[in-house]
Design a protein around this ligand. Structure first.
Ligand code: NAD
Length: 477
């Protein structure tokens, strides 16, 4: 049984209730988390405030950096343990779970080094005046985390907030809490003061909502669906609490006829099967120049047919989806495709060793998907790639920008001038040219436009979100 982690102590919820933890690979419960309520959230916010006021804000930037570095090293030592936890809790194949744990260590390392590089400016002003700016922490920051990449999102969000000097209250997704509770324990082990990192588990509409409403939260970092992002922003607006929204995507991969397909095709496949397609930046739409459309589909179809889904421990191309309702959601999209006579080019397989009670979905390649169909407009959040053809560059841009989202775009072409034009014309927070998110990009600012959200996390840019700027003007004669 897992408990909340508040002020460096394990605490049961005041509700006395728990939520079963299900292994997506076999659909069976194997643990339980606390079903927390507003009283638990209040305890966590009070602990964070006390920590901020009494100790955390007195740490120098260099001291915060040293602690974050110790946490990075502790996480790196515990990679095997965290990998196993994440694999079981989220159904991630071993390589993916391990990559997430390593990314977490890397986020802490990056933000450890960033703490004492964050500073304000001096500003030339009228004669007899000196003006300077300070970057001050908000105080207590709230972090609402989704289930698809708990460790990575904790790293970028909580890592940045701690580096900037905030105390954090974290609400993980109800489907993915175990690794984050363990990381908070590791933080206590390496010397983070009680209340610097607090974890409160439970349902979004209960304890997530309590976080959004709590007057003691000075900034909210929300990563999740556009619908819940809207709710959080509305609640926060009532008390003018700043919010960063990292929401969904329907990201296009755009392939021109001159592209290096040997490089492009594996990246295109990976971008939709990684984490079983449950990735905000999944390359879920493939736009292909008409002249190579048929030939590319033949090659891509063969790659899809070779893909295997199965239990996380088998470490195949993909594991199960997170839960039964997510599996049903993907099935509903695929039924719609059938009803609309959208042709299926190829499908991978679910291996025989996969228990029937697990939440599996074979990777699926669909062609000629009309741009207005919901398959081409909404996040499916499963391993389903929708392909469509474009005539020329203008048409490619029109299709790429034809959804409510604007998170990531991939562009594959060897024409240098076109690379720049496309990067300018595609409306999204990130554009990858001849790669798709290679290297993880801890250092690179990340976020969306339109319904993909606003504000940026990752990189040094995140530190601006996690601080507020104070201008101080001196008159000295
Ligand atoms: P979700 O919106 O259902 O849940 C996200 C978090 O919000 C969870 O912790 C949940 O418990 C909480 N929540 C739910 N209802 C709430 C409420 N009323 N008040 C407060 N909190 C509430 O999203 P999900 O299904 O966990 O994650 C998938 C979504 O996240 C996708 O849309 C995906 O694209 C997006 N995502 C975006 C990024 C990014 O960086 N842009 C990264 C990962 C995931």
């Amino acid at each position: 049984m897992q408990l909340n982690f508040i002020a460096n102590t394990a605490q049961p919820s005041a509700s006395g209730q728990t939520i079963a933890v299900i292994d997506p690979s076999d659909g069976q419960p194997f643990d339980a988390i606390q079903r927390s309520n507003a009283a638990d959230m209040d305890a966590a916010v009070r602990a964070a405030r006390h920590c901020f006021d009494s100790s955390w804000q007195k740490f120098s930037a260099a001291e915060r950096g040293k602690l974050l570095m110790r946490l990075s090293q502790r996480v790196a030592q515990g990679v095997d343990e965290l990998t196993l936890l994440e694999q079981r809790d989220c159904g991630k194949p071993t390589r993916q779970a391990r990559a997430d744990a390593l990314a977490l260590a890397r986020y802490f390392e990056f933000y450890a080094g960033a703490c004492d590089k964050l500073h304000g400016d001096t500003i030339p002003y009228m004669d007899g005046y000196s003006v300077l700016t300070w970057r001050e922490p908000h105080g207590v920051t709230g972090h609402v985390i989704p289930w698809n990449y708990p460790m990575q999102i904790f790293g970028r969000s909580v890592g940045g907030a701690l580096a900037a000097g905030n105390a954090c209250v974290v609400k993980p997704a109800e489907d993915a809490c175990l690794s984050l509770i363990r990381v908070a324990q590791m933080a206590a082990e390496v010397g983070f003061p009680a209340g610097a990192i607090n974890i409160v588990t439970g349902y979004g509409h209960e304890v997530g909502d309590a976080l959004a409403h709590h007057p003691g939260i000075d900034h909210i970092s929300f990563t999740g669906s556009p619908a819940v992002g809207t709710l959080i922003a509305q609640v926060a607006a009532e008390r003018h609490c700043p919010v960063t929204l990292e929401l969904g995507g329907k990201s296009p991969q755009i392939v021109f006829a001159d592209a290096d397909l040997d490089a492009a095709l594996p990246a295109i496949v990976n971008a939709i099967v990684q984490n079983a397609g449950q990735t905000c930046s999944a390359g879920s739409r493939l736009l292909v120049e008409q002249s190579i459309y048929e030939a590319l589909l033949v090659r891509l179809g063969a790659l899809f047919e070779a893909l295997k889904a199965g239990p996380a421990s088998l470490d195949l191309d993909l594991g199960p989806l997170i839960r039964q309702s997510q599996q049903q959601r993907v099935w509903d999209f695929l039924s719609d495709a059938q009803a609309a006579n959208i042709p299926m080019v190829a499908q991978g397989q679910v291996v025989d060793a996969a228990p029937e009670t697990g939440f599996y979905q074979a990777p699926t390649l669909l062609r000629d998907v009309p741009v207005t169909h919901r398959l081409a407009q909404q996040e499916i959040f499963g391993p389903v790639l929708c392909v469509m053809a474009f005539r020329d560059e203008d048409h490619a841009v029109e299709l790429a920008n034809a959804t409510r989202f604007g998170l990531v775009a991939g562009v594959w072409t060897n024409d240098g001038a076109r690379q720049f034009r496309m990067a300018r014309r595609v409306h999204s927070g990130q554009v990858f040219i001849n790669n798709y998110g290679a290297g993880g990009g801890v250092e690179l600012p990340f976020g969306g436009v339109k319904s993909s959200g606003y504000g940026r996390e990752k990189g040094l840019e995140a530190l601006h979100s996690f601080t507020t700027l104070k201008t101080v003007a001196f008159r000295h004669g």
